[in-house]
Design a protein around this ligand. Structure first.
Ligand code: LHQ
Length: 258
């Protein structure tokens, strides 16, 4: 069985981290396979949204710690450059929305890969742990970038240093994630949310994502110029023509993603 399951249905790419007996901890193989699947999501025209989740009771427990200390394993030094940084970059640069459907615990790199996705939803029983300090490491996979932007400096510092478990309800309350669903409705509701995204004007969503990526570092003038440029590109899409026509004709728009 592959460590990353991949299926395309109704214009959604479903990616499932699949090492459930290890709480979907990342082996080198799993991380490289996730990179490959994200590349396919970027290049496949039929994919208009991505749904990332974990098999079994966890989302991901982060790096497989047994592999990192294995004398015959890949070792620690290249891990971030070769495995995690490329995953985070691929998710942020993918011109389609990526939903992290956090079904259970998300720890270490597992938490931060979830938090770098465009929309993060969680089951009520899920939790997030910046587990790094417990083993003498620092938050990686973009944790020191995304966390303070999501929850503010104070909470980011405390979460990063204390490594305590943050439950899904608290994560939603403080704006770390978009929404929590009851465990029973989580799978259906998170897929339905992704299905909505897959029917929206894909290129406008890609431009939105691009603008949000830059908003973290641009000043206002630069961001206004970027919005101007991207809005002109959006206005050249057929989904823009369709959206305006549908509004004027008082009918629901049917977006093609073009
Ligand atoms: C695991 C793991 C795991 C292997 C559970 N590895 N087996 C970057 C740079 C360089 C090096 C290192 O890493 C990184 C990035 C990182 O991600 S660092 C952070 C790595 N992750 C952690 O430190 C989290 C470790 N795991 C835990 O703290 C707990 O397992 C959590 C809180 C996630 C879940 O606790 P429980 O629900 O009580 O489950 P459990 O601890 O009993 O785990 C179940 C099984 O999964 C168990 O195996 P076993 O054979 O005894 O049933 C664990 O050993 C295995 N597992 N996490 N990261």
């Amino acid at each position: 069985m592959s460590s990353v399951l991949f299926e395309i249905r109704d214009q959604i790419a479903f990616i499932t981290l699949n090492r459930p007996d290890k709480l979907n901890a990342f082996s080198r193989e799993m991380a490289l396979l996730l990179q490959k699947r994200l590349d396919e999501c970027a290049s496949l025209h039929e994919v208009r949204a991505v749904y990332l989740t974990g098999a079994g009771k966890a989302f991901s427990a982060g790096q497989d710690l047994a592999e990192v200390v294995d004398p015959n394993g890949p070792g620690l030094e290249p891990i971030l450059r070769e495995l995690y940084n490329p995953i985070v970059s691929r998710i942020r640069n993918l011109p389609k929305p990526v939903v992290a459907a956090v079904n259970g615990v998300a720890a270490g790199a597992g938490a931060n890969i979830a938090l770098c996705c465009d929309i993060v939803v969680a089951a009520q029983s899920a939790s997030f742990i910046q587990a790094f300090s417990k083993i003498g490491l620092i938050p990686d996979s973009g944790g020191t970038y995304f966390l303070p932007r999501l929850v503010g400096w104070q909470k980011a510092s405390a979460f990063a240093m204390l490594g305590e478990k943050i439950n899904a309800i608290e994560a939603e309350r403080i704006g770390m994630i978009y929404k929590v669903y009851d465990n029973e409705e989580f799978a259906g509701a998170s897929r339905a949310l992704t299905a909505v995204l897959a029917q929206l004007p894909t290129r406008a969503l890609a431009f939105t994502k691009h603008a949000l990526n830059y908003s973290a570092t641009n000043n206002l003038e630069a961001q206004l110029l970027l919005e101007d440029d991207l809005q002109q590109k959006a206005a050249k899409t057929s989904d823009y023509s369709e959206g305006v026509a549908a509004f004027l004709e008082k009918r629901p728009a049917k977006f093609s993603g073009e």
